[in-house]
Design a protein around this ligand. Structure first.
Ligand SMILES: [Zn+2]
Length: 350
C-alpha cells in the first residue's frame, strides 16, 4: 500500500447531529459513536428539548442506547422557543452538560414548528447567553414563503443575523450547516474579531450541488434543509472547509428518517451520513488535494470554539473501495444512508 493511502488523525467530533429518540436512537447512535468521540445533539425531537431537565434525561437515554463500554459523549442543546427564560439558560449552563441553544425559525425544518416566531421576544434570553458564554446555534434560513427556497440563507444573514450580532456583539454564534458563498463570506469576514462566530459544514454540501436532487429522476435521499445549492456555492464551501480557517468545522447534520418517510409524496428533509461521514469528508478534502487539512476541520476547530479539550486518541482511514449498503435495518422499517449502493473511496478502520 502506498504511504499516502493511510490517513491517521485525531479522533473527530460531530458538531451537529440528529439522533432522534426511542428505537431510531438505538439504531443510529452506535454508528456515530464508532467514529466520533463527541457530538452536539440537536434538540428537535417530536417533543422538543426545551429545558435542562429534559436535556439531561435525553442525555441519559443516549448513553443507555450505546453499546456497552463505548466512550461517546453527547453534548446537549436546548431548543429556543418564545417561552424560554433567562433562568432556564442559566440552569443549562450550570449543568455542565448543555453546550448551546438552538434557534430554529418556526417551520424551517423537521420538528421546528415550536421554533421562534419573532427573535425579539428572545432578547432577554440572548442577553443572558451572551453574559454567561452559552453559544447560540442558528438554523440560518428565513421561513417566509414569499422568499425563494434557494435564497433563504442569504436573506437570513441580511434580515436576522446581521442585526442579531449587532445587538449582541459578544454572543457566541454557530451558523449551522452553511450552504452558500454568502454565508462563507459572512463567517470568514467576521474572523477578524475574536472567535465568536463559526460555521459547521456538512459532508453532503461539500460533495453535491442541487443537480444531485434530480439526477435521472427525483432523488429524495439528497433532499435536506437547507437544500443543496448551485455548484459555485459548493465550491465556496469546499474552499472554506479546506482553508484551515478555524471558523469552519465539521457538523454532519446526519438526520435519520425511515425509507418510507423519505420516499413519499411529501418526503422529509435530511441526509443520513452517520454511517460513512468521515469517508465522505475525506473524499471531499481529497478532491482538492487538501487531505492534510482534514484533521483541523474535523478534530480541532470545533473543540476550540466550544472551549472543550481536543481529543487525544487517533483514528485511521485507508484509501480503499467499498460499497455502501442499500439500506440499514431498523427492525420493521429501513434507513437509507447517503450514497446507498454506490462506491466509497475511503474506509474508516475500527
Ligand atoms: Zn440539523
Amino acid at each position: 500500500m502506498a504511504p499516502d493511502s493511510t490517513l491517521t488523525l485525531t479522533r473527530p467530533d460531530d458538531w451537529h447531529l440528529h439522533l432522534r429518540d426511542g428505537a431510531m436512537l438505538a439504531h443510529v447512535v452506535p454508528l456515530t459513536a464508532r467514529t466520533f468521540s463527541r457530538a452536539i445533539v440537536m434538540p428537535n425531537l417530536d417533543t422538543p428539548v426545551t429545558t435542562t431537565y429534559s436535556a439531561l434525561a435525553y442525555r441519559e437515554r443516549i448513553l443507555a442506547a450505546l453499546p456497552h463500554g463505548t466512550p461517546f459523549e453527547p453534548l446537549m442543546t436546548l431548543y429556543l422557543t418564545d417561552e424560554t427564560t433567562p433562568d432556564e439558560v442559566r440552569r443549562a449552563k450550570d449543568s455542565g452538560q448543555v453546550h448551546g441553544v438552538k434557534y430554529y425559525p418556526a417551520g424551517a425544518t423537521t420538528n421546528s414548528a415550536f421554533g421562534v416566531s419573532n427573535l425579539k421576544r428572545c432578547w432577554p434570553v440572548l442577553e443572558t447567553m451572551q453574559a454567561i458564554g452559552l453559544p447560540l446555534l442558528v438554523h440560518g434560513e428565513v421561513t417566509d414563503p414569499a422568499v425563494d427556497l434557494f435564497d433563504r440563507e442569504k436573506v437570513f444573514i441580511d434580515e436576522q443575523l446581521i442585526p442579531l450580532r449587532a445587538a449582541f456583539p459578544a454572543l457566541r454564534v454557530v451558523f449551522e450547516h452553511i450552504t452558500t458563498e454568502s454565508a462563507v463570506q459572512y463567517v470568514r469576514d467576521g474572523a477578524r474579531r475574536d472567535l465568536l462566530l463559526a460555521a459547521t459544514i456538512t459532508a453532503h454540501h461539500l460533495l453535491y450541488n442541487r443537480n444531485a436532487l434530480f439526477q435521472g429522476g427525483i432523488r429524495p435521499h439528497y433532499y435536506c434543509r437547507p437544500i443543496l445549492k448551485r455548484e459555485r456555492h459548493r465550491r465556496a464551501l469546499l474552499e472554506a472547509a479546506t482553508s484551515g480557517n478555524p471558523r469552519f468545522f465539521l457538523g454532519t447534520d446526519s438526520a435519520p428518517h425511515t425509507r418510507h418517510a423519505k420516499e413519499s409524496a411529501c418526503g422529509c428533509a435530511g441526509c443520513f451520513t452517520a454511517l460513512n461521514a468521515m469517508e465522505l469528508y475525506a473524499e471531499a478534502f481529497d478532491s482538492v488535494g487538501a487531505i492534510g487539512r482534514l484533521e483541523g476541520f474535523a478534530s480541532f476547530f470545533g473543540a476550540d470554539f466550544y472551549g472543550l479539550p481536543r481529543n487525544r486518541e487517533k483514528i485511521t482511514l485507508i484509501r480503499c473501495n467499498w460499497t455502501v449498503p442499500q439500506e440499514l435495518d431498523l427492525g420493521g422499517d429501513t434507513l437509507v444512508p447517503l450514497r446507498a449502493g454506490e462506491t466509497m473511496a475511503w474506509k474508516y478502520i475500527d
